[in-house]
Design a protein around this ligand. Sequence first.
Ligand code: GLU
Ligand code: MG
Length: 450
Amino acid sequence: MDLNAFERKVRSDGVRFVRFLYCDPGGIIRGKAVHIDKLVERIRGGIGLTVAMPAMNMLDQLQPVEGLGPVGEIRLVPDLESYASLPYAPNSAAMMANMVTLGREPWGACPRGFLERMIARARQAGVTIQAAFEPEWTLAQRKDDGSHIPADESLCFSTVGWETSVELIDDIVAALEAQGIPVEQFYPELGHGQQELSIRHAAALRAADNHIRYRDTVRAVARQHGFVASLAPKPFADQAGNGCHIHLSAWDLGGERNLMASGTKPNELSEFGRHWIAGVLKHLPGLVALTASSYNSYRRLKPRMWSSAFRCWGLDNREASVRIASVLWDEARPSLNMELKPSDNSNNPYLALGGVIAAGLDGVAKKLDPGDPMTVDPGSLSESDRSRLGIHRLPESLAAAVDELERDEMLMEALGDLLGRTFTVVKRSEAAAFGAEDQAFELAHHFYKF
Ligand code: GLU
Ligand code: MG
């Protein structure tokens, strides 16, 4: 791309600072900004970052990870395709950045690089991925003592909820659209103050980039309206959890044919689709470390919360961890997709989606079979019925999920040595830090991080 023409375009947007953003392995969005006068140089040469940063946990406690000490630098190199000016921040724009070594190689600890590798792995198998993150979040008000209360007591899908949030949602949608992110649906969700505003699916890398922008946009615009938007999995212990289900479909390389849908019965899973979800289910115990990756995530993953607590799949089954939703009447074949429920906004979307792709591809390569769909609430079955059917509880804590991830050779190999070690060390440190404190500490420290 002609960088001078790019700079002129950025100037014409009235931009003074361009943020180079990344999401760290722990799920926190961080970045550095360059002034417009130095933009071209920093696009060419990146912005320097200490190699230690990915070893920072969500309490900004630096963890000992070999190779991520105080000595050494990498560069944040932006993806120009991801440029957008930020409607909620004066004279500001953002681009998603990759972590690149001084030798100009992709760096092993880069989460966005991991998703790119999994997209390439899929292409090699003749597959392209479309995905969407389906975020729920809680609108709250901050009290003088620093605590938070839900912004309303609206019931599920109740029009009362619109009274609280209509101006805010309108502004958020305008801000998303200005960044090229099309919105799909909105409704006040089940919990007090809970909102669900979904965005359209996109190619995998763009879908993850969009979700980063979405998180930043929702938080910032809510703040401008005097609210606090919490994207934590369970910001209030007695209210519905905030999911961020991942929807995914796999297509041929031309993007013409949805491989998940049967050729003869467009509303049914193909053999490919069955293998894919079998792979996801096989790796799910370790995969949830990547998709539900905060300590607070496991307060949400409980039976009878529609968030899924058991490893199984089902058709329109809201308690199944992998749900195949009934297809759209007018777009049967293209709309067939899998929904992964044990996923929330505290994950790193590049790691979460990359992990799902790796697991699905493994199922296809090994021609795994997912068995019969679960037709009832798995939580309503007796323990012995569940074990007869091979249905197991998902990990009940972050520490247990990280143990499972470490046991999962395929996922650890896909992450690669440096990213795998960094992620597990950081997450273990979070498990230990929150495990040593009480519920109030956990809720307060997750409330406004994602
Ligand atoms: N709030 C639920 C969750 O934690 C999801 C509810 C729904 O099915 O939309 O995942
Ligand atoms: Mg929902």
